[in-house]
Design a protein around this ligand. Structure first.
Ligand code: ADP
Ligand code: MG
Length: 318
């Protein structure tokens, strides 16, 4: 087997936002992750843990305070103007609620073809034909090109959003809670579509989701985030059996499904995460961790590599 080709790499990324009371909110702290060509990186964690903040750096919609975002070896945080615009072509994003981001007065063909027109890659008269091809790719009928966003279901709108994101034939697709607003059955269809597109086009995907069961089903590698830090990273297929961090275990145990052993007690986190303005010293998870010991209050655990693909930041695994 050939070595995995890393096409995007975040190195020691930090970001803080000013809070209204003059304090600073640490949204990302020393985050290092990478995307491998043709594979999916899942990013999971509770709401507010810093997932979207991080993914915005990958699509160059925002810049970190420190750290690097390398796309094919080039630091995109340093790019400006036309160079930045050209780079963005290769890294596209789909958001949770496409209904909200579409202009209600635009027809589907205008929505889907807008990026191509912006880059001067097609002429306006080519819109309908190009749009039909893109709609076919996301398994929508060609005559949808004539519709307005309000006359489609949530799942159909999300397909249109994916068609639009793929119009420029990007190398990387970032999906930020892209299926969170959909019914479970529709969610499943969209996931199947994404997996199919990845297989056909060799797409590299960043998949953000707060649902660990869903992430596990699509991601080759899963990163678990807690209060702005990556606390564990491991292959998706090993998530259930190999996850070690007490936070990851709690997320997994909180998911009830068919292979849950009914005799096993279910541990759920019954407390809210601490405010990102008040992250405890030492391990950020220690207040909610049942296995916490003295060292956890004193020292922040660094990421330790149990194997080449499995890292965990917890003092239980020195
Ligand atoms: P997630 O996507 O995991 O739910 P976010 O990355 O959106 O989390 O947010 C992480 C933290 O940063 C949250 O506490 C959020 O309130 C805060 N935050 C995000 N964006 C901003 C911003 N532009 N200004 C101030 N605070 C922000
Ligand atoms: Mg988010």
């Amino acid at each position: 087997m050939s070595e995995p080709e890393v096409i995007m790499e975040a190195l020691h990324v930090c970001k803080s936002y000013p809070a209204s009371d003059g304090r600073w909110l640490r949204a990302n702290e020393d985050v290092s992750l990478h995307l491998v060509k043709g594979k999916t990186l899942g990013l999971v964690g509770e709401s507010g843990c810093g997932k979207s903040t991080f993914m915005r750096f990958l699509v160059a919609l925002d810049r970190p305070d420190s750290g690097q975002i390398l796309y094919r070896g080039q630091d995109i945080t340093a790019l400006r103007g036309e160079k930045l615009r050209q780079t963005r072509r290769h890294i596209q994003m789909v958001f949770q609620d496409p209904g909200a981001s579409f202009n209600p007065k635009m027809r589907v063909r205008d929505i889907v073809c807008e990026p191509l027109l912006n880059f001067g890659l097609i002429a306006p008269k080519e819109r309908a034909a190009v749009c039909r091809n893109l709609l076919e790719m996301v398994e929508l009928p060609g005559d949808f090109e004539d519709r307005y966003p309000h006359s489609m279901s949530g799942g159909q709108r999300q397909r249109v959003a994916i068609a639009r994101a793929l119009a420029l034939q990007p190398e990387i697709l970032i999906l930020d809670e892209a299926t969170a607003a959909l019914d479970v059955s529709v969610q499943k269809n969209i996931i199947e579509l994404i997996v199919k597109l990845q297989r056909e086009q060799g797409l590299t995907i960043g998949f953000i989701c707060h649902d660990i069961a869903l992430v596990q089903s699509v991601a080759h590698q899963v990163a678990v985030m807690y209060l702005g830090r990556v606390v564990e990273i491991l292959p998706g297929e090993n998530l259930r059996t190999q996850a070690r961090h007490p936070y990851t275990r709690t997320l997994i145990d909180a998911v009830l499904d068919l292979d849950t052993d009914p005799r096993k007690p279910i541990t759920v986190i019954d407390s809210e995460p601490p405010s990102p303005l008040d992250i405890p010293a030492g391990c950020p998870f220690r207040d909610r961790c049942s296995q916490c010991f003295e060292k956890c209050a004193q020292e922040k655990p660094e990421m330790r590599w149990l194997s080449k693909e499995h890292g965990v930041a917890c003092h239980l695994f020195p």
